[in-house]
Design a protein around this ligand. Structure first.
Ligand SMILES: [Zn+2]
Length: 315
C-alpha cells in the first residue's frame, strides 16, 4: 500500500473527530490531555510485560498515584494502565495545581514528600528553534531537548533513588509527546519581528470547530488529535483506528532527531499558506494537518515504548 493511501485511510478513520471536536483546554501549551493519553496508550500496548511492570512500579511510588486512580471512571480498569495514562498529562495538570508554583511569578510553595521541589517547570515543554526569518526572542529558549536526555538518564538509572525516578517518569511520558508536536519546537517571526511563540501569537479561524472557531495556531495543533476528555473505550477505539491507518515510525531515533523532524514539519507544514493576519484554515490544510498530527501520535507512542524498553526492560 502506498504511503499516501495509508494517510488517506487514516484521515477517513480519524475524520469523525470533526463531529465531536471539543477544543476547551485552557492553556494552549501542549498536545491536549486526550492527545497525551493517545500517545501513552499506543506506547503501553507496544510495551512488553517486564517494561510495563517496571514502569508501573515507579508510578506506584509517585506521590499522586492515588489521584490518578480516582480519575478513572471504570472501577474494573487496570490500575497500572490508568496510572500510566494519567501520568502522561501530569506535567500539564500541575499548571492548575495550587501545591505548585511558577518560578519568577510566584513564591515557592512548601516541598511535599516525594517531590524534589514544587516548581511547575513551564519551560521544559518546548524548545524554541527559529523557522523562516530570524525571530526576536521572547522568554527562554526552552528546555525540551535537554530535559528529554536528562529525564531518560534518571529513569534508566537503577542507582538513582526510587523517588527521583518516579518523579522523572511522568515528565518523560509527557515530553516525548510534546517533542512530536511541530509547534513545540519552533517559532516564526511575526510581521513586527517578534516571535510568535510556537504559533501562540498567531490567531487563526478554524471553521472545522464550530464551537470555538477563533483560536490560535498552536492551540489548533494541540487539539487536532483528540478531545481533551478522551478516556476508556473511546480512547481504545481512537488508538485502534490510528494503528490501522498509520504506519509505525521507520526509525526509533533519539530525542534530538524527533525535535529536528518537528522543526522541519513546523517550517514546511504547520502554518497555513500566505501571510494573512488572521488566516482561515481551509479543508486541504486541515486534512493534511489531521493526518500529520495522527502520524506524530503514532510515532511518539512507538518511540516512547522503545525508549522505555531500553531504560526499564529486562536486560
Ligand atoms: Zn507539555
Amino acid at each position: 500500500m502506498t504511503a499516501s493511501r495509508w494517510v488517506r485511510q487514516g484521515v477517513q478513520r480519524a475524520i469523525w473527530w470533526l463531529f465531536v471536536s471539543v477544543a476547551s483546554s485552557p492553556a494552549a501549551l501542549a498536545w491536549n490531555a486526550g492527545g497525551h493519553r493517545v500517545v501513552a496508550m499506543i506506547a503501553w500496548e507496544a510495551m512488553d510485560t517486564s517494561t510495563r511492570s517496571a514502569a508501573a512500579k515507579l508510578l506506584r511510588a509517585h506521590p499522586d498515584f492515588l489521584q490518578w486512580q480516582e480519575r478513572s471512571r471504570d472501577a474494573d480498569a487496570d490500575a497500572d494502565l490508568t496510572a500510566f495514562l494519567e501520568a502522561s498529562t501530569w506535567p500539564d495538570d500541575i499548571r492548575r495545581d495550587k501545591r505548585f508554583y511558577t518560578a519568577g511569578l510566584e513564591a515557592p510553595t512548601p516541598t511535599l514528600a516525594g517531590f524534589p521541589d514544587m516548581e511547575r517547570r513551564l519551560d521544559w515543554h518546548y524548545v524554541d528553534l527559529p523557522v523562516g526569518s530570524a525571530v526576536g526572542k521572547a522568554g527562554t529558549d526552552g528546555e525540551l531537548g535537554r530535559q528529554l536526555v536528562e529525564l531518560a538518564d534518571t529513569v534508566g538509572n537503577r542507582q538513582a533513588s526510587t523517588a527521583a525516578r518516579a518523579y522523572a517518569l511522568p515528565w518523560l511520558l509527557h515530553l516525548v509527546g510534546d517533542a512530536h508536536q511541530p509547534l513545540h519546537t519552533a517559532s516564526r517571526a511575526q510581521p513586527d519581528g517578534r516571535s510568535d511563540n510556537g504559533g501562540n501569537e498567531q490567531p487563526v479561524v478554524n471553521p472545522f470547530d464550530q464551537r470555538h472557531p477563533s483560536t490560535n495556531l498552536h492551540r489548533y495543533w494541540d487539539d487536532l488529535p483528540a478531545p481533551p476528555w478522551l478516556r476508556g473505550s473511546r480512547l481504545e477505539s481512537v488508538v485502534r483506528a490510528l494503528k490501522q491507518g498509520f504506519r509505525p515510525p521507520l526509525v526509533a531515533g533519539v530525542s534530538a532527531q524527533w525535535i529536528e523532524e518537528s522543526r522541519q514539519l513546523a517550517r514546511d507544514q504547520a502554518y497555513p499558506p500566505g501571510r494573512d493576519e488572521v488566516p482561515t484554515i481551509d479543508s486541504q490544510f486541515h486534512e493534511n494537518a489531521l493526518a500529520l498530527a495522527s502520524q506524530r501520535m503514532i510515532d511518539a507512542g512507538y518511540r516512547l515504548a522503545d525508549l522505555l524498553h531500553r531504560l526499564l526492560g529486562a536486560k
